[in-house]
Design a protein around this ligand. Sequence first.
Ligand code: SF4
Length: 318
Amino acid sequence: MVERVLLASPRGFCAGVERAVETVEQALDLYGAPVYVRKQIIHNIHVVRDLEARGAIFVEEETEVPEGATIVYSAHGVAPSVHANSARLQHKVLDATCPLVTKVHVQARRFAAAGYTVVLIGHAGHEEVVGTMGEAPESTVLVQDVAEAEALELPEAARAAYITQTTLSVDETVEIIGVLRRRFPEIVGPRKEDICYATSNRQWAVKEMLSEIDMLLVIGSRNSSNSNRLVDVAHAHGVAAHLIDDESEIDARWFEGMRTVGVTSGASAPERLVVGVCEWFRQRGVERIEPFQMASEDVTFRLPVELRRELALAEARP
Ligand code: SF4
């Protein structure tokens, strides 16, 4: 019988997600529905459904959006070809790419322009990886894990540079970079690693909590990379973990023989989902629901410049 629930902190929304969601909300207020959004603005099904109810239309590709319409690019970033398509279709673009993803795009461009082969550490098919690879597709190779780093073949004369997706496992990435450095001693990388503050803080908080819990619940959607990595952190240390979208996916049988359950949430999961999970435990007699705080975060990002400009104009109108 579960006696105690520990709530990891930091958890939940990061600055890039807050900014992306607010961009869509403000665009809906400013222009009215519909506002088109390319891909899920963030990887959380609840947030997507809420925005849909307010008039956002989610599309897979910018080419599906009518000429002249307003389109918001998701927090995960886009390839230059997406900007080109929107320019051709005269879209009003609000780019909600997280500034920390943009930083990785800039690195990819700079390394490629300087003649480096760019080794991108990340997961194939993830939107962020697709966007980053699009910066210099001819010069970029993807490495997904240690085995691929070991097998990587580079032309003899190639100068190589590595960059990483922002939402990877901190520990696994250190290992992959270690392999690349051993195999290609001349390889260069960014001054500071690309895994973002939110991803590393949430993994760190979970890691510190593992010795006190019997099981971890991670609130987040299946396509959320950083949420999946939180599950991986628990598994890597031999602690059972489940990824759930909300409390409706909890199976009471998971907790047989368990006393303390840890709860965290990915960077794209709103806090109300954590409240729902806590309520699930409360209704089953768990009284001890306690915070497990490792750090506090005070990062904020300003809204996209094009939206700020439009908001300022709207405010100045008589
Ligand atoms: Fe930005 Fe990190 Fe949040 Fe992704 S998880 S939106 S990179 S702060």
